[in-house]
Design a protein around this ligand. Structure first.
Ligand code: ADP
Length: 170
């Protein structure tokens, strides 16, 4: 039987528990999930693509490396997905606000690569409110990040924003 691979693309600036939940549920559907950091995102990023890859690798270290792979890509997502032999592009949906952009992207990707399906998973309700933007804001104000991001990401955010972790502050 052929193995089914999905590419889960995004900015991951930084990765949150919401992203990890998407991957966790993605491996229930696919044999292999490639979490792919986009180099060419139009959003201004806090972390370099290399740092985002490292944070994802640290946060996803518990998975079988054959099932969850972290990578990065430049250029068109569908070209990358094709090169990886992916049958799907896996994305998450939080609130209705995500829908319009995701719908447009899915339509364009369908035209460019009819053989690759866009698959959407609803967020886990626990992470409905989480976005990388909110996390960066919380980190800036020194909020405890443990309910938002995995420990390796919290450490990097503290380093980047020059704020001590509540766990180590005196
Ligand atoms: P992009 O800039 O491409 O939207 P993101 O890093 O913001 O990249 O998101 C990557 C993927 O993770 C997207 O499909 C997004 O919908 C999903 N995602 C982000 N946050 C959550 C969350 N809290 N719950 C579920 N999915 C999420």
């Amino acid at each position: 039987m052929s193995s089914r691979c999905a590419v889960c693309p995004g900015s991951f600036d930084p990765p949150t528990w919401g992203h990890l939940s998407l991957v966790e549920r993605g491996v229930l559907l696919f044999d292999r999930v490639i979490v792919a950091v986009a180099y060419n995102s139009s959003k201004a990023a806090l972390f370099s693509p290399e740092e985002r890859v490292e944070m994802l690798r640290e946060s996803l270290a518990g998975y079988d490396p054959d099932r969850v792979v972290v990578d990065s890509f430049d250029g068109l997502l569908v070209d990358y997905a094709r090169r990886q032999g992916a049958v799907a592009i896996l994305r998450g949906l939080r609130a209705t606000g995500d829908f319009e952009y995701e719908f447009q992207m899915a339509m364009v990707n369908q035209q460019l690569a009819p053989g690759i399906q866009s698959v959407f998973m609803m967020t886990d309700a626990r992470w409905l409110h989480l976005s990388s933007t909110i996390v960066k804001e919380a980190a800036f104000y020194g909020v405890d990040l443990s309910a938002m991001v995995p420990p390796p990401v919290a450490v990097r955010l503290r380093e980047k924003l020059g704020r001590p972790s509540p766990a180590v502050s005196v």
